[in-house]
Design a protein. Structure first.
Length: 476
């Protein structure tokens, strides 16, 4: 199971922390009780650790939720930092019985450890809520960091202004501290006047660039990032300002031995159905970031994950519906597809092609029928410089021939900008049961979930153009 999930429950927001030669992945454990407010306590933090994102050690619950009267009945997202030999954990406290007519209050809470990431002592006297001018219902996801070793600690939070337009009052609030105990409000880190709020903020420096990572659900459910030349901004949008699509949410990053990993969760869907709405929490997933010269981040699979699929087999494909005998050719004025034997539900698919100029679309058929007409479609569109996920059959709106969901050209929440100039491109698809991750040129990622897996054939297709097939392999 490459996309890790606990045996009981689901992975919510992940708080990654590098310490003592391991990457510690704290996460919100969502056990999905029928009534999340009715129990003796609410949502806790659990912990899993790894050195390679392949093998995981489950440490269980390490920060229990508080009792029914505690400000931390639910323990929500935060961060972990080291200060000398001690570790400090900051998190969001929430209790559905504490609030007003506008909603439940959120507070920042603090716990410490003498160095063991599995053992924490809460400091309830240090909990604090939003100061005047900020909504007490939105004061969450504290992220603590320093801009330099001799500088004060800073804490940024997902917050909202009072008396501001509801859909644009989100702000990345900021506080400072010299001792990690007493905090003073400071100027906000970023005021975009764009989102309801910016969840799960994350700030780091990489070379000459500073990064502000956040997740939003106003324009789209996505993790985004901004770049700046200094720790105070201005925070500018790069050309590709998203980490992934809808199915890789609340990603936060961790640096380990000079490498930067983004860890998020792949949401489940209601009723375990492709037609169901997205749910909160699911399976853990990771991408490794690479820095381009202009500060833009590229994303790919960690090399340890790729190396875990060591049994590499070449794939032979056969033409369908009068397609050319040569895979990728003979499609300058048509759609053409080629089909292979079924692939495992747990594998790594690698496609390398040389794309001719003017090609409209090419890609892979996953979970396909033997005729290629039902499939999960990974479609790359060079003329639009994007990658999308599609599926056939799409569904029907009625019995007539024309009543097909053709007005929804793909799964609109699973679309990414993706540079696709003529020339060589490599597409990797990691399949892990109902979850999957697509990576193009070790640069653009698109994570997805698909429940209706079908017969499982693998295929290649081209529309109005041509590609030279260089490599098509399945690794297990």
């Amino acid at each position: 199971m490459m996309h890790w999930r606990p045996s009981s429950g689901f992975v919510g927001d992940v708080i990654p922390f590098s310490h003592a030669g391991r990457i510690w992945l704290f996460y919100l454990l969502d056990e999905r009780p029928e009534d999340p407010t009715a129990g003796a306590s609410g949502m806790p933090w659990a912990l899993v650790s790894t050195t390679d994102f392949v093998q995981y050690t489950d440490h269980g619950v390490v920060l229990p939720a508080g009792d029914r009267d505690a400000v931390d009945f639910d323990c929500y997202t935060g961060s972990v930092v080291a200060d000398g030999a001690q570790l400090h954990l900051f998190y969001t406290g929430h209790n559905p019985r504490r609030g007003d007519a506008d909603g439940d209050f959120q507070v920042v809470c603090h716990a410490f450890s003498d160095g063991d990431p599995t053992r924490w002592t809460k400091l309830p006297s240090e909990a604090f809520g939003a100061p005047p001018g900020y909504m007490p219902q939105d004061w969450r996801d504290p992220f603590v960091y320093r801009t330099a070793a001799d500088q004060p600690w800073q804490m940024v939070l997902a917050a909202r202004y009072v008396d501001a337009p509801d859909r644009r009052c989100g702000v990345v609030a900021r506080l400072t501290s010299t001792d990690l105990a007493q905090w003073t409000i400071a100027e906000p880190l970023w005021e975009p006047h764009r989102f309801i709020t910016q969840e799960c903020p994350d700030v780091f420096q990489w070379g000459h660039w500073w990064y502000l990572v956040y997740s939003e659900f106003t324009d789209a459910f996505q993790t985004r990032y901004r770049i700046a030349r200094g720790p105070d901004g201005p925070w500018l949008a790069p050309g590709r300002d998203t980490v992934d699509g809808r199915a890789f949410y609340a990603a936060k990053s961790v640096e380990d031995e000079g490498r930067r990993f983004f860890v998020g969760w792949i949401p489940t869907k209601q009723g375990d159905s492709d037609a169901g709405p997205w749910q909160w929490a699911g399976d853990l997933a990771v991408l490794e970031a690479h820095q381009e010269d202009d500060g833009t981040l590229a994303f790919g699979l960690p090399r340890e994950v790729v190396a875990a699929y060591a049994d590499v087999q070449d794939v032979k494909v056969s033409p369908l519906d009068g397609a050319d005998a040569e895979p990728g050719q003979g499609a300058i004025d048509r759609y053409a597809a080629w089909i292979a034997d079924p692939a495992s539900e747990h594998c790594l698919i690698t496609l390398t092609v040389d794309v001719e100029a003017g090609t409209h679309a090419f890609g892979l058929l996953l979970h396909a029928g033997a005729d290629g007409e039902s499939a999960t479609v990974v479609r790359l569109e060079p003329q639009r410089d994007r990658i999308v996920l599609d599926r056939w059959p799409r569904g029907r709106t009625g019995p007539a021939q024309w009543q097909v969901d053709g007005d929804v050209p793909h799964l609109v929440e699973l679309e990414r900008p993706c540079p696709l100039p003529p020339g060589r491109h490599t597409v990797q698809v990691l399949l892990d049961g109902t979850t999957g991750q697509i990576v193009v040129d070790n640069r653009v990622a698109l994570t997805f979930r698909r429940y209706e897996l079908g017969p499982g054939h693998l295929g290649l297709f081209v529309t109005d153009g041509a590609v030279d097939l260089v490599e098509l392999t399945v690794s297990r």
